[in-house]
Design a protein around this ligand. Sequence first.
Ligand SMILES: CC(C)(COP(=O)(O)OP(=O)(O)OC[C@H]1O[C@@H](n2cnc3c(N)ncnc32)[C@H](O)[C@@H]1OP(=O)(O)O)[C@@H](O)C(=O)NCCC(=O)NCCS
Length: 403
Amino acid sequence: MGAHKFWSTQPVPKLGEGPPLEDGYIEPPKTPDEVRQDSYPLPEDFEWSMVDISDPNQTKEVYDLLSAHYVEDDLASLRFQYTSEFLQWALKPPGYHKEWHVGVRVSSNKKLVAFISGVPITIQIRGKVFTASEINYICVHKKLRSRRLAPVLIKEVTRQVHLKGVFQAIYTAGIVIPTPIAVCQYFHRTLNVSKLLDIGFTYVPRNMTTAKMIRIHKVPDTPTLDVRPMEEKDVVPLADLFTRYMRRFDMVPVMSLEDVRYQFLSGQGTGKIGEEREGRRLGQNPQSHKITDFFSMYCLPSTILGSLKHKILDAGGAEEDGRLKARLQTLIGNALVIANQAKLDVLNALTLMDNVAILEDLKFGPGSACLNFYLYNWRTSKLAGVTDEGDVKAGRSVGVVML
Ligand SMILES: CC(C)(COP(=O)(O)OP(=O)(O)OC[C@H]1O[C@@H](n2cnc3c(N)ncnc32)[C@H](O)[C@@H]1OP(=O)(O)O)[C@@H](O)C(=O)NCCC(=O)NCCS
């Protein structure tokens, strides 16, 4: 695992450390004058820059950096391509702080070469509630890698978070560093078989043909449930349903009505289905009844590297709700129909919440990657992710979904 020269200096549990006697912080909150006032030094020729996400030009700069230098799969054949619109939505939830959008520029030409961000989140873990920063989108230009810039970015965003009186953070990473509180595995539900075969994302298993694979993965043309897109009038009942359902899990976000409106309603875009692009934006069903179940998904394209035929892979991320396996299965079966109508190529899911129970039946296959969940300055014992933990079944602890 290496010495972890940086992480060994931070308030995070050591690798291999046993479960804590009690949940709580590792170092106490700082008073305002204990927080460092000046920014951390950067290597010569670089300067800090607060990136203004309200400015489309600056969001485009973040987009340009991430789309060329952000997360790739192990084989470097796909790279996440978060759109500018998505970043603007993800980085500006209710109560966001512009100071938590931290960039590094080349002093001479002001080119953005590194980025890290935080957004506020209220987390409840095993009954304890605290405000934290959700850290995401750390990225260093490929030419500046392995120069210990990442620790400086992390320290600077931590300082900015401390300046707002927040002393905990949550983050996820593919790599293992001190110390995961949960490990979840990615699963993928193939929708566009031919395209995923073309780009090598999936393969035809032995004793199967492409035609059979297409048949197996076919989803119905229309939903079987009376599903419709969320509307403003659903905010209150949906928030209530969400809060009640999430009690099943040990680590969950606590959402105000404003948060629910923002996270589940505001990202829908505008206009009618198909206006911008085939299948995107849903038609609405005028006969609305009581909200009994809901699911949400988001679209995250990837750039396909080294393929002349396909340029973008469209993937969705899913969260689920429902009480029994059958109900969940029907619900997410309908989510597949909608994802397919929206021309997504694949629907991704993690082994969290109640997903494990339904992944196999809905023909999600295990991916090669895991996602590790981390907490900064908070101790709690391991949460059930890809495997059971004590009496808790796999997945059943984690209710936080990171974008
Ligand atoms: C992640 C990234 C910013 C790290 O930068 P780098 O130049 O490779 O690493 P540096 O030499 O600056 O720093 C290494 C230190 O940062 C830590 N680190 C690297 N990636 C990290 C991550 N995703 N989260 C937290 N810490 C990380 C390392 O563990 C190491 O600290 P240690 O010695 O205590 O273990 C860079 O590789 C990158 O932009 N990758 C593509 C985007 C990406 O993967 N982002 C992370 C998404 S979770």
